[in-house]
Design a protein around this ligand. Structure first.
Ligand SMILES: NC(=O)c1ccc[n+]([C@@H]2O[C@H](COP(=O)([O-])OP(=O)(O)OC[C@H]3O[C@@H](n4cnc5c(N)ncnc54)[C@H](OP(=O)(O)O)[C@@H]3O)[C@@H](O)[C@H]2O)c1
Length: 304
């Protein structure tokens, strides 16, 4: 059973691994409400009590699917911490009249999006709202005003960001009344930019746990044509006996979790067996040289 951890010094508690819902409805035969309930109940059994979603997922359809599960299964919502993200506007039948994809983190839009998310999810507050991406056209004061009002009204309990550079994080954090609780970043063996671009360093410095999206590189780890993915899996083959024969996903998640900023991986799979085996990552404590062996397999060269 996974533990819960504190996301920031005075922040919310979330599970050590988060259930992501970007791909929830992606299959040719999307899950029924009952199947979504079963998946969420499996997550709870494993100790995965935090759900990551976003207004835009499934082109604005995923939140309603999760909301239907909450409506059909009373008491389910209360067992989860719910994260949503807003501020991406993409032309779509379900929501937007926009003529091209763009970002909008202005206060009016953030408030409207958060209220829409609450209605679609059938809930009265979000545990955490993240600004999905930096919006270069909006002043930090404007974004901060929207987050502050949502916090004041109790519609969100905590605010954070996603895909912000350290400087963008600092600016917004300076303007909000209540400190941001996380930065949700792409970080995995298939994308290690966060190691050196200052974002993980900033989280460690501020004692905020980052969340790591696409922990398997969006599935690249399993792509037979992906050279880095293949090198990493070969390396995992070699180190696996030291980690109770954990599978590749669990090792990839353990590699993320071993960073000193203590990133929280967000699962992408919605398959029951893969969710269960991924949860084993929390038990794995990678040895230093194995962590570097995986780094080396990813880059294709040894440390300078
Ligand atoms: N903040 C942001 O900007 C942002 C961006 C992207 C994602 N996210 C969040 O991060 C979450 C995870 O992202 P992600 O979906 O890209 O995660 P991921 O875990 O890197 O990739 C998931 C993909 O890997 C495949 N996969 C998993 N295990 C596999 C296996 N054993 N063999 C073959 N394929 C396998 C999955 O297929 P199956 O489903 O068939 O298992 C799925 O297609 C999302 O759900 C979302 O909540 C946030």
């Amino acid at each position: 059973m996974l533990a819960s951890v504190s996301l920031s010094p005075n922040g919310p508690r979330v599970s050590q691994i988060i259930f992501g819902t970007w791909r929830l409805l992606d299959s040719d035969t999307p899950p029924t409400t009952q199947q979504i309930i079963q998946t969420l109940e499996l997550c709870l059994e494993l100790g995965i009590s935090t759900i990551d979603t976003a207004e835009i997922y499934g082109l604005y359809t995923v939140e309603a699917a999760i909301g239907a599960a909450f409506k059909d299964q009373p008491g389910l919502r209360e067992q989860f911490q719910i994260i949503s993200k807003c501020g991406i506007d993409v032309p779509s039948a379900a929501k937007s009249k926009a003529s091209l994809p763009h970002y909008n983190s202005g206060s009016d839009n953030l408030i409207a999006c958060a209220e829409k998310s609450l209605s679609l999810l059938n809930i009265d507050h979000l545990d955490i709202l993240l600004v999905h991406r930096p919006d270069w056209f909006t002043a930090a004061d404007d974004t901060a005003a929207g987050l502050d009002l949502l916090l004041q009204q109790g519609k969100i309990l905590h605010a954070g960001v996603s895909n912000y550079s350290p400087a963008q994080f600092d600016l917004l954090n300076d303007r909000v009344n209540t400190p941001l609780v996380t930065n949700q970043l792409e970080f995995s063996l298939l994308n290690m930019e966060a190691l050196d671009d200052g974002s993980l360093t900033q989280c460690e410095q501020q004692r905020l746990r980052p969340m790591a999206w696409s922990p398997l590189g969006g599935g690249r780890l399993y792509d037979p044509n992906d050279e880095a993915g293949q090198r990493i899996r070969q390396c995992m083959q070699d180190i696996r006996p030291r980690y109770h024969d954990a599978d590749d996903s669990a090792l990839a998640l353990a590699w993320i979790m071993a960073h000193p900023a203590k990133p929280i991986p967000i699962l992408g799979t919605t398959q029951a067996q893969r969710i269960s085996s991924s949860a084993l990552a929390a038990k794995i404590k990678l040895e230093r040289q194995d962590w570097y062996a995986l780094w080396q397999a990813s880059t294709g060269y040894s440390v300078p």
